[in-house]
Design a protein around this ligand. Structure first.
Ligand code: NOJ
Length: 518
């Protein structure tokens, strides 16, 4: 390692919670912090020992909370700051770590910084956002807004119209109104972000998932300047909180882990990238060719060609984080059978790096198609529906009248819930528990352990890989496959059927096996 990473990450497995939809404790139809606190033992029972909470700060909720109005205040609909501190304490007592969601690239247009920044009279926040003094336009390729404030000029947006971009400066200066990253305005923005992090770290938070981490410095094609800003921010925080950790929404591990010194970087679903070819290939000509889609001609080498060079280049800097899904992508169950999901998770949880499980994916919770958009969710809304705890009222999520729920529960498929899967030894829920138990019991399967490819071929779905002393094999196809002869050992865990023949171990259709190598 070039830099010592927090040791607890080595065996960490994260669980992402969308707070709106996890557990309502007061019957108002929306999830809250006391509800999440009561469910901590459940999360622990999965084998997840870390949690990422989507933003739960004061907000007008035009982008589900990614439009922050007060970074240091819990939104009243979720509870109070004290409730969150109690959540941290209970999680810690259970041996779990908690990440909050840091949104450094933009605020809500209702944030007091922005209100000050939009005033005509110069003040301490005038340079907190990116203002062009051309009253009709900024620079090409960036959306700008006018007509909202008394100040002369237009301001840059980072995402939706309600999210003005914070000012970290420009890597390339073409106009006199642009500032450099080292100018006083951008430097003050950095300090403000450090201050927010310190606030939560001092109250027991263990680190942050960082939203749009690559978006800070503008016109920064190679992201060098953005990397330098993060080196500064993270470097300062690590001096005070050496165990704090940070995962970036960047999906470029070379830039994030090497350039910006993040501990982990998400491998996000981008059309045609390695992760996309595994479980989220919606767009290939002729349909879904995800590797895990049974008999769809999936090809593991598409994944390896993208992933392996990234892994090799960054393995001494930090971890690539695989996700089962998140609040921005259709749920994994949308295009996969339960067995396909189980096999996918078997791979995602046994590759190097720190994995993230999206709430409900352990049950195979469905993606609800065609829901009207909620809080800027659009097609993402269908992945944000209430956690299904039981087949009872509102799936055990809330006591509220069903029409008052933040989002509806899936009326068609309530068989998928914690209560019913808990008692079924081969349910997806118990498969997840078994896979994570295996990962925790075998050091070789954890974040930093070695990875070697034993067998991978474009025309053959069988994939065999090795992590230290453990050989793992996955056969997503509907036909039996014989493991290559040299891969013998004692079976530690398996999904599907296997049988031993003289020529070697036979993997049944749609199966997975982990062996302690002989
Ligand atoms: C990425 C977040 O995951 C997404 O939900 C949000 O809408 C945008 N960033 C803007 O903050």
């Amino acid at each position: 390692m070039n830099r010592k990473l927090p040791a607890w990450l080595e065996d960490a497995v994260f669980y992402e919670i969308y707070p709106q939809s996890f557990q309502d404790s007061n019957g108002d139809g929306i999830g809250d912090i006391p509800g999440m606190t009561a469910r901590l033992p459940y999360i622990k029972s999965l084998g997840c020992n870390a949690i990422w909470l989507n933003p739960l700060f004061d907000s007008p909720f035009k982008d589900a909370g990614y439009d922050v109005r007060d970074y240091k205040k819990v939104a009243p609909r979720y509870g109070t700051n004290e409730d969150l501190y109690a959540f941290f304490a209970k999680a810690h007592a259970l041996g779990m770590h908690v990440f909050l969601d840091l949104v450094p690239g933009h605020t809500s247009e209702e944030h007091p910084w922005f209100k000050e920044s939009g005033k005509a009279k110069k003040n301490a926040y005038s340079d907190r956002y990116i203002w062009s003094d051309f009253w009709l336009y900024g620079i090409p390729n960036h959306p700008y807004i006018g007509g909202e404030c008394e100040r002369n000029g237009v301001y840059m947006l980072n995402f939706f119209k309600c999210q003005p971009a914070l000012n970290y400066g420009f890597a390339r200066i073409d106009y006199p109104w642009q500032q450099r990253p080292e100018d006083p305005g951008p430097m003050a923005t950095r300090e403000a972000i450090k201050d927010i992090c310190r606030f939560w770290l001092s109250h027991g938070c263990d680190g942050f998932r960082v939203d749009m981490a690559d978006s800070l410095v503008k016109e920064d094609a190679d992201k060098k300047k953005t990397g330098e800003v993060w080196q500064d921010i993270l470097g300062s925080l690590r001096k005070e909180y050496p165990e704090a950790a940070f995962v970036s929404e960047w999906s470029n591990p070379v830039q994030s882990l090497k350039g910006a010194s993040f501990d982990m970087d998400f491998y996000l679903d981008h059309p045609g990238n390695g992760y996309n070819t595994l479980v989220r290939d919606y767009e290939t000509e002729g349909g879904d060719h995800s590797y895990f889609t049974k008999d769809a001609g999936g090809d593991i080498t598409r994944f390896l060609a993208d992933y392996l060079p990234k892994y090799e280049r960054t393995r001494s800097d930090g971890y690539i984080s695989f996700l089962t899904g998140n609040h921005d992508t259709p749920r994994i169950r949308n295009q996969h059978s339960v067995r396909e999901v189980a096999l996918s998770l078997a791979l995602l949880f046994t590759l190097p790096g720190v994995p993230f499980l999206y709430y409900g994916d352990e049950l195979g919770m469905p993606y609800q198609k065609d829901l009207p958009t909620k809080e800027g969710g659009y097609t993402r809304t269908g992945s944000r529906t209430p956690m299904q705890w039981s087949a009872g009222k509102n799936a055990g999520f809330s006591e509220a009248d069903p029409e008052k729920l933040y989002l509806p529960v899936d009326a068609d498929d309530l068989t998928c819930n914690v209560e019913s899967e808990d008692g079924d030894p081969v349910s997806l829920l118990n498969t997840v528990r078994a896979l994570l138990a295996l990962r925790h019991s075998e050091k070789d399967l954890q974040a930093g352990g070695d990875l070697q490819i034993v067998y991978a071929a474009a025309e053959d779905p069988l994939f065999v890989y090795r992590r230290g002393g453990i050989v793992l094999a996955v056969n997503p196809s509907g036909a039996e496959r014989v493991l290559p002869g040299e891969t013998k050992g004692t079976i530690l865990y398996a999904i599907g059927q296997q049988r031993s023949l003289e020529k070697g171990l036979v993997l049944g259709p749609q199966s997975f096996v982990a062996l302690r190598a002989e």
